[in-house]
Design a protein around this ligand. Sequence first.
Ligand code: ZN
Ligand code: MN
Length: 484
Amino acid sequence: MNYIVTIGLEVHVQLKTGSKMFCACPVEFGAKPNTHTCPICLGLPGALPVMNHEALRMTAMTGLMLGCDVTPICKFDRKNYFYPDMPKNYQISQYDMPLCTNGSVPLHDLAYPKDAQKNIATPGKEVHLVRIHLEEDVAKSFHFENSTGIDFNRAGTPLMEIVTQPEINSPEEAFAFLTALKQILIYGGVSNADMEKGQLRCDCNISVRPEKQTELGAKIEIKNMNSISGVRRALAYEIPRQISLLERGEKLEQETRGWDDAAGETFLMRTKEFAHDYRYFPDPDLLPVKTEALLADVRERVPELPKTKRARFVEQYQVSSYDAAVLANDLELARYFEAAAKGAKKPKNIANWILNDLQNALSAAGKTIDECPIPPEALDELVNLIDSGKISGTQGKEVFAEMFATGKRAAGIVKEKRIEQLSDVSAIEALCDEVIAANPKPVADYKAGNVVSLNFLKGQVMKLSKGNANPQLAGEILERKLKR
Ligand code: ZN
Ligand code: MN
């Protein structure tokens, strides 16, 4: 029997604000526990919350980037429940008037895990959103051998919750969704979306049903996953588990599960016998917010989005869609490429240098693109020297290594080391004669009509010149000498 898998995600994103959602305490990852607290974020009686406008702007920005409807008026509500690390016993969140509704996240085909890229079910798919709202995070518990400690530094930090429609149909699509979303959040400067630091956390709702059944199967939730590949693996475990239960004639019940990353298994946390009543009501300490002024401010700051950037790179610089995707994956790398390519005659060659030699050199040196010792315009100069035939490609590699190690410019290195492409016709002729004499078989093959043999002979000339000969000239001379 065939089964249909339906997945919806709830993603919590920590915003990159300087201070918390309703107080002035700083937001800082990894600070000494309980050093960023005050009466407001500790929930002491009588303390009054004050809204963080930057968090509102960042949420509105996310809404604009994802094509959401941003409501003219939003409000904050109290969501009441008990949680050991939530000091007020309610969380300030948004219930019936969230900041954003609708919108979507476009899945880029290269955002899928590599091994799944060849079997993408729906290329260019978009996953629609239900809503985006703003709330505050809770504190964090640490369980020791005989005790539990609570760090309130995280309590009250701004948290944006993004809820998707149940439109995701495979673990690979969930992976692609999170990868694409993360990139957009980074582009907008709203979050670093670093899952290892808990800046992006994900709950999955999964339901599996036989193909011919119309109503959705029981909703099973996997809580609090903190890596994109973890989400994929948890779903890849959970879907067959549910299917095999159905195959055995068992009934699935609504439940909440956890993900044990080390064991590679989900486990039962609780069954939901009755739905939670959060007794939502408007927070009497916070006025509803008119979003018009916020939006006017944010509209100007909406960046070019990854999808648009990729298309523009292909169009403006004639790079392949794959190269455009790799360049646009990293905003800093994209900036570097554009700075180097803007005046270049062959921007595609710039892209090749960045994606091969430069990235290899950076990773070997353990450096990021921000720490690159070669400024973008210096890379353009180097590529120009090669493209114009002043130095050969092999010499270019030598100059590049020197530039990377010393930060010197290409022209200076070429002069200092007397690097020059061998373009002297009689010198190249001598090399060609030598190669022709030493390789009677390929010479005969070429003369018999095997054109590919010329490339071999050309390679031998280049080798003999230690990569210094002008390859175009070498080819022309060989051809002339071997003319049938
Ligand atoms: Zn505080
Ligand atoms: Mn939430």
